[in-house]
Design a protein around this ligand. Structure first.
Ligand code: 1PR
Length: 535
């Protein structure tokens, strides 16, 4: 019957559940949205992708009476799948801005990861699971990695052990999934975990397909290093949106026409990189600093189409700032970001506007709460906010010549300089600012950035390797994940950056676009070098 193909989705409007919708539709199911508590009670299967903050979610659930409906649905052992916060809310309480009471179905408190033991928080990325009992839905997982993004987690205890179906190690051994009868919940994101994630959803949506396999031996697993494909996108002179690629940020051909270098179509390339095994795809709208992205409907279309078929995290950046258009209408950066999230982005990335915010904070030491960074992090969570840094190396003879943090460089400067600082830029590298990458990174971490995308203008497009001095400096300075970017030209550059720095991910553009090195080759190389990656 048609009822068999309907999934009821509890979206309480706190954030982006587009990815979950896309994945359910991709698997051939229709979605019915919960409007009233009765819709929960009438569901034949219910998916609850929790997003946003714990307290805000509980507030909406209790105000609408959905908390009671959820409890009664779950107590009746009706088919349920909670995702991320949708797992955490089942517990008694959370320490997130709390303690805050949860639904109380599972004994235990949800607490924050401890970053003091060297594990970066948020926990972002791909881990393998230790499956501890027949989970019903994790049968295809085995040694495969699944995608996590969270700062809080529930811990196993004697009181909740009967619920636990898998755990994961990240500093602590925390609960990765629970199962009791028809009730399932996962801390990771199946809708962002590639093929293996889709198979988990498929097994939940279509339980007849379950063939109970015994969980096999799983090798000890750490957080995998991520390999990210980046698409710099802009309109060419004909007005078509193309993937382009610069040399030290210059994206024009050096011909008489001086045209924008065109390396392909954004949606097609993103789909290709997903199939090739990219752990994430980033889009940077590189003229966003001058064009208004909400006027730039094609970019939103690119996200919409891409997110229908790409089931790994998508980041989009460019032009996230407050803006007044030609008619005088004012748009807040939060509105711009919200539109990106609604169109399928999992994270947004802020460049220029984060530099101004960091300069101000660096100068005054006061958090106003009004910067785009702070506002977006407050609504969508720190993990959804990436700061993209575009620094340029400035050599100095003596570290005392500048008040900013310098490093001793591995390769001397043109006049034999032994030191350099890394000057932040805005507007696509066009304007240098009086703040270094080090100071900026520390400031934006405090302001609530969840991750740093660390470019380097000197290395961009050169294929000579990442700027290890810079990446070491920044990844040692902050406790949020750092993505190394700019300069990858060979698989060995990826192992070098992971062996010599604390980068959590490495991003490349040119070598993938020009098909010089397939993503799979990079990953095989990393594995051979003993660096854990998702295969
Ligand atoms: O300032 O918030 O509007 O954001 C603008 C965004 O666009 C920033 O994230 C900025 O990094 C990016 N951007 C602006 N201009 C350019 C340009 O190239 N002219 N691209 C640009 C940044 C750097 C990376 C590149 C790596 C790897 N490109 O995205 O992909 O360097 O390249 P490689 O592997 O080929 O070396 P805002």
């Amino acid at each position: 019957s048609s009822g068999d193909s309907v999934v009821t989705l509890l979206d309480y409007g706190a954030g982006n559940v587009r990815s979950v919708r896309n994945a359910i539709r991709f698997l051939g199911f229709e979605i019915k949205d919960v409007q009233t508590p009765q819709d929960i009670l009438n569901a034949s299967r219910l998916v609850f992708p929790g997003v946003g903050a714990f307290a805000a979610a509980m507030e909406v659930l209790s105000k609408t009476g959905m908390d009671e409906a959820l409890c009664s649905y779950i107590e009746k052992d009706r088919p349920f799948l909670g995702i991320c916060l949708g797992l955490q809310l089942l517990f008694e309480s959370s320490e997130e801005n709390g303690p805050v009471k949860g639904l109380g179905l599972i004994p235990g408190t949800v607490g924050r990861f401890d970053s003091s033991n060297g594990f970066r928080v948020p926990h972002i990325g791909w881990n393998a699971l230790q499956i501890t009992k027949d989970s019903g839905i994790l049968d295809d997982v085995g040694n495969h990695h699944v995608y996590f993004v969270h700062s809080y987690r529930a811990m196993p205890s004697d009181d909740n052990s009967e619920w636990i179906s898998s755990t994961c190690d990240y500093g602590d051994k925390f609960i990765a999934s629970i199962r009791r009868g028809n009730v399932h919940a996962v801390q990771f994101h199946p809708e962002k975990s590639g093929d293996v994630g889709l198979s988990i959803l498929r097994r939940f949506l279509n339980p007849k397909s379950n063939m109970t396999k015994k969980p096999g031996e799983v090798k000890a697993s750490k957080l995998a290093k991520r390999v990210i494909a980046c698409l710099d996108v802009r309109a060419n002179d004909k007005g078509d949106l193309v993937v382009t690629k610069g040399d030290q940020y210059d994206v024009r051909e050096h011909t008489n026409e001086n045209e924008v270098r065109n390396l392909g179509k954004p949606v097609d390339l993103a789909g290709q990189y997903y199939k090739d095994g990219a752990d994430e795809v980033s889009f940077l709208n590189i003229t966003g600093f001058r064009d208004f992205p909400l006027g730039d409907l094609p970019m939103l279309q690119v996200l919409r189409y891409t997110s229908e078929n790409v089931f790994v995290p998508l980041t989009v950046g460019g032009g996230i700032r407050d803006f007044t258009d030609s008619t005088g209408r004012y748009y807040s950066s939060l509105e711009v970001a919200s539109e990106y999230f609604r169109s399928g982005a999992d994270k947004i990335s802020i460049g220029s506007d984060a530099v101004y915010a960091a300069e101000e904070y660096f100068r005054t030491g006061v958090k106003t709460g009004k910067t785009s960074l702070e506002q977006i992090a407050r609504v969508y969570g720190n993990q959804a906010v990436v700061v993209s840094i575009d620094p340029r190396r400035v050599y100095v003879k003596d570290p005392n010549d500048v008040q900013l943090k310098t490093v001793r460089v591995s390769n001397l400067g043109p006049n034999g300089e032994e030191y350099a600082w890394y000057q932040c830029t805005v507007n696509g590298g066009r304007e240098g600012r009086p703040i270094g990458a080090y100071e900026l990174a520390k400031a934006v971490e405090e302001l609530g950035a969840g991750e740093i995308l660390l470019n380097c203008i000197d290395c961009d497009g050169q294929g000579k390797g990442f700027d290890v001095d810079l990446i070491k400096l920044i990844s040692d300075a902050v406790s949020i994940p750092v993505i190394a970017s700019s300069g990858a030209g060979a698989p060995a550059h990826f192992s070098e950056v992971f062996n010599k720095t604390n980068a959590s991910a490495a991003l490349a553009a040119g070598i993938f676009h020009r098909k010089e090195v397939p993503i799979q080759t990079v990953k095989e190389h990393l594995l051979k070098e003993g660096i854990e990656v998702r295969i």
